[in-house]
Design a protein around this ligand. Sequence first.
Ligand SMILES: [Ca+2]
Length: 123
Amino acid sequence: MKLHRAGSVGLVVAGVLGGAAFAAAPAHADIYGCSTSTVCIYEHTYRGGAKQSVSGYASYTDLNGSLHDRASSWTNACRSQGFAIGEWRNGRPYNGQLLPAGWYEDDLRTAGFNDMADYVAWA
Ligand SMILES: [Ca+2]
């Protein structure tokens, strides 16, 4: 698994851990075109192809037809909410990868979860 942490959001986390006011966080914390407080799922590696943006305030979201079983990279641009990307196996949710807030995955093949995802959900 090869996860990446966006620098600007790292500052947010450091501020929280240091006890600093959350207002010290940068006002603009988008990650590679994924808006703050959303999760973005992409058809291809490195944010290529079709894109689906999901609200970070939704606890569970099914991927749409363009991304279902096709997701190859994704970004969690939320400030504090961790997310899982997963699929339904025999009627049960299986989380293929977890992304802490402010992290992104360039290539889901490294997690053994390429072109498999059905949903993203809080984790
Ligand atoms: Ca794909």
